[in-house]
Structure formats: structure tokens, C-alpha cells
Design a protein. Sequence first.
Length: 133
Amino acid sequence: MRRLDNKSGCAVETTLSVMGGTWKPIVLFNLLGGKKRFMELSRAIPSATQRMLTLQLRELEQAGIVHRTVHAEVPPRVDYALTELGQTLKPVLLAMRAWGLDYARTQQDEVLPQAACAGTAGDGEDRAAAGTA
């Protein structure tokens, strides 16, 4: 585990230091539905470079949020999954998605495309809770 440098003393800063940024929440959201291979994540997040995705996954792994499993096969296969600790972020990620959808509706009078979020969070209950069912 890495040492947290919390300058403000606010727990929100701690949360953001672990899962903040552009790509980490999107990676985590994609892992809510279960383990994924690197290329599955890469295809799900096409605007993130493979290098950036690798760096973000490494940081999430160091933080104990994501578990990386290397299978002894040729060619090598690597799976990523949320750890038990990572699963505790599920309500936060679903709330972020719901807030983003509501914000888009109120600010732009349009709904965000669902391709990036639909069906990756797990079951229909999650989508219903987020207002997307």
C-alpha cells in the first residue's frame, strides 16, 4: 500500500487520491460487472491510451482496489478484478453515474450516451438505482 499524502485533512481528498482522475473511475466502473482482460478494458475505454490504462491499473493495484491475475499460458493472459475493498466503491461509482446523467439532463437537455456505462455495473438493480433502467 502506498502512503497517502492528505494535505487538507479532508477524507474526500483521500478518496480522490485513490480513485480520482479521468480514467480510474471509468476503469473501476467497468470492473463492477466482474473481471476483465486488459484488451476488454482498452476497448471499453478507447480514448485512454494503453500506456495510460496500464499506469492507472498499476496505481489501483498498489492501492489495493484492483487485483491482477497472471495466468501461465501462451500467450500470457492477465485478468483484472475489483478486490473486496474495491467493491466497496460500488455505491460511489453508481452515484457518480446517476449524478452525471441528471446533470446532463438538466444542463444540456439531453441524455449522455449509455454505451460507456450501460450493462457494466452488474445487474439491473444497479441500473434502476441509477435511473437508467
